[in-house]
Design a protein around this ligand. Sequence first.
Ligand code: 5RP
Length: 240
Amino acid sequence: MSQDALKVAAAERALEFVENGMRLGLGTGSTAAKFVDLLGKRVAGGLDVTCVATSHATQAQAEGLGIRMSTLDETPFLDLTVDGADEIDGELRLIKGGGGALLREKIVATASGRMIVIADASKKVETLGAFPLPLEVVPFGLTATRNMITALAADVGCEGDLRVRMLPGGKPFLTDGGNLLLDCHFGRIEAPEELDEALKLIPGVVENGLFIGIADLAIIAGEGGITLLGVEDSEGAIVR
Ligand code: 5RP
């Protein structure tokens, strides 16, 4: 099966969690886009949902499919957000932000009763960090912010290059909020909670791409079928 087909398979499974009347958060990236495509077909067939997008790109896609869109100001509590991820570990901790939308993705996911992550099996890792951790940073004081990130990350065992994300034409990538992204090439993040705490202390860091304690369920599509990774009860059944 192609990677694309695996993304569709995960998105199709996530659609089973969508019910009529729900308020949904829509993620960003190629996997989330598969979900939005499938949702658009269901809406065309009569499904009634109200959605909030995590990026301009997803907003445009969803509007093009005729999905009713709202904002977090009009609809501040969502029932479910479905989004992709760059890495998922066994404790449902994620790295997100490969598409540059990590801040809005985190705001939307935490405004949701439930977050479901959809991914192909290449995203499942033992230890987070092979994918460079994106940080959204304000342009003002970038060098000072960068030095502080380097020092505080080293305190929790993370070292590596911090690279400003660039567009192919040579200009810096700007997020939907007008900020820069720093991709942190740490390689391995042995203590994600400690790193997350440390990064939150730095004023120039708007948000980081670690999603800890936010996702409730991951739907991972591989050659052998779909695996669900979620919070389990004592008998191993997924409870949320
Ligand atoms: C965007 C994200 C995406 O969910 C993540 O990058 C995965 O993207 P894709 O499904 O294209 O691999 O966090 O900011």
